[in-house]
Design a protein around this ligand. Structure first.
Ligand code: RIB
Ligand code: CA
Length: 304
């Protein structure tokens, strides 16, 4: 059992990642925190509560709301992809549990320091909460085994040709996170755009059970579809957590561009030439896309 906390901006693919973490018996999801990203933080918080409530975990998995905007950059959402609510496609019913009265940073600090073993931080939104946490409570760093972060790219971006959304949203926070010294697994577009959920997989999960129907309806409403399928970017963090054997990684030094036209670019020292051989990230550079689809179907099959 791996103890994790997830910092998220649900978001259709964040919802898939949450569903996978909530339902896998090897994962102990102790806290969910939310951040402005795909949509405003009030909506990402409601969406996290909706997913947790859907699986009947409202009394077990707490949610704390976090940053309303990036550290410096003006906030830009991705509602065009995820819908105005942030989770277009499925009508969640039922009264929602309340979020914690604490801020995300306060809750992250409390949970991490109270844990009897080091925790894994899974980050699937911008890294604003993570940067604020490390700035305000640096002592948490020694209690984290690693950060598995969806974000960045060694290749083409999805917000500009250089920058991926999570890093683009708050490059200054990403820079703080990548300079924190906490081991980082970078799950970027290099793998998330390869492991597309295929139309065949979507057709199969639709009729599997209520969870499959919900995930099907959300994922097929994602505004970034292609004939080959659709990426549920954030779900790849949970796939790496549970099945790193299906990913190829390279240890690299990653710098973050924080100004100019390439603002938000994750720049890799690919020859190891400028940092005395030091690296700050394990970067996912390849993935078994078929294994991802088979895993996703099996996980959904086991959901209720
Ligand atoms: O670039 C993809 C990332 O941006 C995902 O985390 C998605 O949810 C959006 O936040
Ligand atoms: Ca996200």
């Amino acid at each position: 059992m791996t103890k994790i906390l997830m910092d998220t901006d649900p978001g259709i693919d964040d919802a898939a990642a949450l569903a996978l973490a909530i339902n896998n018996p090897e994962v102990d999801l102790e806290l969910v925190t939310t951040v402005a990203g795909n949509v405003t933080v009030d909506k990402t918080t409601i969406n996290a509560l909706k997913i947790i409530n859907f699986f009947g975990k409202g009394n077990e998995i707490p949610v704390a709301a976090g940053a309303e905007q990036p550290l410096i950059k003006p906030f830009e959402d991705a509602a065009r992809i995820h819908g105005a609510s942030g989770m277009r496609g499925y009508d969640f019913v039922g009264d929602l549990p309340k979020p914690l009265p604490e801020t995300a940073v306060q809750a992250m600090h409390r949970v991490i320091m109270a844990s009897d073993e080091p925790m894994t931080l899974v980050a699937t939104g911008s890294y604003t909460n993570v940067a604020l946490l490390f700035s305000e409570y640096p002592e948490v760093k020694s209690k984290l085994t690693r950060i598995i972060a969806m974000g960045g790219t060694l290749g083409r971006g999805n917000m500009t040709s250089a920058a991926e959304f999570n890093v683009f949203t708050d490059p200054d926070a990403a820079k703080i996170m990548y300079q924190s010294g906490v081991p980082i697994v970078m799950v970027g577009l290099d793998v998330t755009m390869k492991a597309l959920v295929t139309p065949e997989t979507l057709a199969e999960i639709e009729t599997m059970n209520r969870s499959g129907k919900m995930l099907h309806d959300l994922i097929t409403s994602d505004g970034d579809q292609s004939e080959a399928g659709v990426s549920i970017h954030d779900a790849n963090t949970i796939f790496y957590l549970l099945h790193p054997e299906f990913m190829t990684t390279k240890k690299l030094w990653i710098d973050i561009q924080t100004e100019g036209p390439a603002n938000g670019e994750t720049v890799a020292d690919i020859r190891g030439a400028y940092h005395d051989g030091k690296t700050n990230a394990e970067v996912c550079v390849d993935i078994d896309a078929e294994a991802f689809n088979e895993w996703f179907k099996a996980e959904v099959q086991n959901m209720k």
